[in-house]
Design a protein around this ligand. Sequence first.
Ligand code: HSE
Length: 298
Amino acid sequence: MISIKTPATSANLGAGFDALGLAVSLYNYVEMEESDKVEIISADGTQIPTDESNMVYIAARDLFEVCGKKLRGLKIRQTNNIPMTRGLGSSSACIVAGLVGANKLLRSPLGNDDIVDLSAQIEGHPDNTAPALLGGIVTAVFDGRKVHWVKQEVFTKLKLAAVIPDFELSTTKARACLPKQIDFRDAVYNLSRAALFSASLLTGKFENLKTGVDDRLHQPYRMELIPGGKEVFEIAYAHGAYAAYVSGAGPTIMAIADEDNEFFAGKVQFSLDNAGLTGWKVRELKIDNNGTQIIDAN
Ligand code: HSE
């Protein structure tokens, strides 16, 4: 039985659409062993597919195929702490857990680079899958086959607050609302900010983060699909956030604050409740530098 721990991830980081992502301290757990049939159990009662459409299973089967092996069946037990369809990388966590578990079952024929590539091929973009596997902040370019990536560990005095609404927004819908073409000036607007964001995060120039998360490629369009989102931004900044951005495809809004900003998450929650935005729940998180871990294999 292989036991795997996989972090949630927050993609885009504002301007770095499909390119930047970081891992956070909220985890799914998957136990996996080979079997004669497909048997999938939700350990915590979360509604998950229990047939061959299950993402952990699909990823594991794909890895077996890539390695030229036939998967007879799998017994999978999932604990899903990462809320689904909320912009926190729940599907990437399942994909990565399936790949890492299957790789271990086959005695690790594939290395990290292969698993980064395979996970992006399954998901279609690398900015959740790569940090889910590697941890830290990951800069990634997916050329359709291979991911060119850098992982950097983050040791800063920062905390995160994920402000998670009680409604879902599918990535498909949140990608469908994006423009087919953009203005040259908007491209420059974004690439300069994405570069500024990661350099500032890693060097501690936090006063740049608010500028760094601003973008013209996706957030203005997606905010139309996130009722209450504008107020969440305002409340986060009113309580001293360095930055706030739509996490991945949304609808979660991620706020970044100084570690010394006492009770930041609690103050944001209090203001949201006072404003009548009671469907939004704030969860304080840290950056996870470890990525996916095999916590047991026997
Ligand atoms: N980069 C992706 C998007 C992340 O914004 O659509 C969502 O999973």
